[in-house]
Write a protein that binds this ligand. Structure first.
Ligand code: FAD
Length: 310
């Protein structure tokens, strides 16, 4: 069955030729041939089956808060999980579908006096995106609270994975390696004791720190680069004199050099050029190669910087 007709028959919500910039926190990105919104696991599987049958390339996304989408967009189906957003708490366990906002799950946990997810209250992504990249902040990481998950493999089999199966490390999980889709995850939290700072207070304090340090008034994708071992990307970029450096309307933030901000209608290629320039400058000054933390969707003309072979 043709992709579009199949979606219509199955009553699955989708749109055609919509600009992805309306969906990304960077407010950058060209058109996607299709943007599809599954409401449950069954619909998600059927969408992928239809895409495979019709030779349509597809990409799964959550809240698009860690992606740079090409100006040319994406010639295929962007499958957005944000309507798969049911979660429930049972004692100190939270089971959440992939499209739940991790900030909402974390806030609920804090309000229930559970500790462990305070770090995530200010992260603007979904549970799927957070587990995929082992999101973290303020000395906390998803892996610290992750209990188990259901994932979909490339053959559309549902697998159950425990923590040790996930190979978590800094901004990394097995999902990245094997193209697994996170369907739902269970987090194990701890009950806050009387001696603990109440989790909600801790979370609010982290958010205050974010507002002070991060350029939240501008569209961005958060930190552009991973933290290099024993260093901080923002510090290296600032020490290289790049704070405020611009390509078009993309700029290294004046407030936090680890962020690239969109000052207004910036192009994805502007951001790529800025990434390249930053990587090259930092490498030439300090011998450190900054690796992007963000993921790229679509095709780009500007390459990433590579260390020259001598
Ligand atoms: C202002 C700001 C602050 C931020 N602060 C932090 C921070 O403190 N710490 C931090 O770690 N990050 C931070 N981020 C980055 C981002 O919010 C996180 O990485 C978040 O976890 C991404 O989730 P998402 O749903 O937006 O993922 P998306 O951007 O939609 O996708 C990112 C990647 O995850 C994959 N993915 C998404 N859902 C699934 C799924 N269900 N199964 C498999 N793969 C999936 C996508 O294919 C893509 O490769 C920040 C971003 C912004 C804009």
């Amino acid at each position: 069955m043709k992709f579009e007709i199949g979606l219509e028959k199955l009553n699955i919500e989708f749109s055609k030729d919509k600009l992805l910039k309306d969906f990304t926190t960077f407010k950058i990105g060209g058109k996607a041939r299709y943007i599809v919104f599954p409401k449950n696991i069954d619909e998600l599987i059927k969408i992928i089956q239809l895409a495979k049958e019709n030779g349509i390339s597809w990409r799964i996304v959550g809240n698009c808060s860690n992606v740079l989408v090409s100006d040319k967009g994406f010639d295929g189906a962007i499958i957005t999980t944000t309507k798969m957003d049911f979660f429930k708490t049972e004692k100190n366990l939270i089971e959440a579908e992939c499209g739940c906002m991790i900030s909402q799950v974390a806030r609920k946990a804090c309000e229930n006096g559970l500790k462990g997810l305070e770090f995530a209250v200010g992260i603007p992504g979904t549970v799927g995106g957070a587990v995929y990249m082992n999101a973290g902040a303020y000395d906390g990481e998803i892996k610290d609270v992750f209990e188990c998950a259901e994932v979909l493999d490339e053959n559309l089999n549902i697998l159950k994975l425990g923590k040790s199966d996930m190979r978590f490390s800094y901004r990394y999980s097995r999902l990245k390696e094997e193209k697994l889709i996170l369907l739902k995850a269970t987090f194990r939290l701890q009950y806050a004791g009387e001696e603990d700072v109440p989790p909600i207070e801790k979370a609010n304090e982290y958010n205050q720190r974010r507002r002070k340090k991060q350029p939240l008034q501008y569209p961005s994708a958060g930190s552009i680069f991973k933290r290099p071992p024993g260093n901080f990307a923002g510090k290296l970029i600032e020490d290289a004199g790049l704070k405020g450096y611009r390509v078009g309307n993309a700029s290294i933030s004046e407030k936090h050099a680890g962020f690239i901000v969109n000052l207004g209608d910036a192009l994805a290629e502007d951001v790529r050029k800025l990434i390249y320039h930053t990587q090259k400058t930092v490498y030439e000054k300090f011998g450190v190669l900054l690796e992007p933390e963000i993921e790229f969707i679509g095709e780009f003309e500007t390459p990433l910087f590579e260390i020259p072979i001598k």
